[in-house]
Design a protein around this ligand. Structure first.
Ligand SMILES: C[S@@+](CC[C@H](N)C(=O)[O-])C[C@H]1O[C@@H](n2cnc3c(N)ncnc32)[C@H](O)[C@@H]1O
Ligand SMILES: [Mg+2]
Length: 218
């Protein structure tokens, strides 16, 4: 086992309390044949912490899968907080919905089914969001950034997952649509002087990847 995978296990065992609802959500995802591409436990805890650190009350997630990251984000909200999560695949959404009910967090989570670019224009009544987590089809990241900026306010935070792609993000010649999508996302971030961004590279049980962290300014 890679040393970083061992460290991930150690961190999770030592610092992250076992949570039956979260473990059941992953088990249900596996049982339904969904791909094992959710965030890791340590990364889920990071999302929860971000929500708590900024006192988020309204969260938008693009890309639900089985709702594992949604549950972590929901855990970071106050009782009257709400998370809207968007998922294109009805089969994924069905697993997620059952996971939200089992976790007792369904009241806090508004799951909407369809391609995110069809659903985002209908969210202006739910805006502004304090935190946006982008984790769906990477080629659409530049469009998701435009929508995130329409649906947030000064002080909001935008987190995008899987932006390092085993280092391929630094390859300007890459023709991989996911890499191109992430690079265009970065170009959109760099072009807007209101946005302050960094990238945190990660290694662990999910391989080598990373998060882009952005604060929306005035
Ligand atoms: C990486 S998974 C999300 C993982 C989840 N955020 C987690 O960490 O637990 C990406 C999800 O985005 C969904 N997706 C892909 N394209 C989409 C689109 N255009 N609109 C909405 N969801 C989409 C996929 O069906 C998949 O369930
Ligand atoms: Mg991801």
């Amino acid at each position: 086992m890679d040393v970083w995978t061992r460290v991930d296990s150690y961190v999770a065992e030592t610092l992250i309390d076992a949570d039956p609802a979260l473990e059941a959500a992953l088990a249900a995802s596996d049982a339904a044949g969904l791909p094992p591409i959710a965030v890791s436990p340590a990364q889920g805890r990071m999302l929860e912490l971000f929500a708590r650190m900024i006192g988020a009350r309204r969260v938008l997630e693009i890309g639900t899968l089985a709702g594992y990251s949604t549950l972590w984000l929901a855990r970071g909200l106050p009782a009257d907080g709400r998370i809207v999560t968007l998922e294109a695949e009805p089969a994924h959404a069905a697993v997620a919905r059952a996971n939200f009910v089992r976790a007792g967090l369904a009241e806090r989570i508004d799951l909407r089914i369809g391609p995110a670019l069809d659903l985002l224009p209908g969210l202006s009544g739910d805006a502004p969001f304090d935190l946006v987590f982008i984790d769906a089809d990477k080629p659409s990241n530049p469009d998701y950034l435009r929508w995130a900026l329409r649906l947030t306010r000064p002080g909001s935070v935008i987190v995008a997952d899987n932006v390092v792609r085993e280092g391929a993000v630094a390859d300007a010649a890459s023709a991989d649509p996911k890499v191109v999508g992430v690079r265009r996302y970065f170009e959109g971030l760099a072009a807007d002087p209101r946005l302050v961004t960094t990238v945190v590279q990660t290694v662990g049980c999910k391989g080598y990847d990373g998060f882009a962290l952005t604060r929306v300014g005035t």
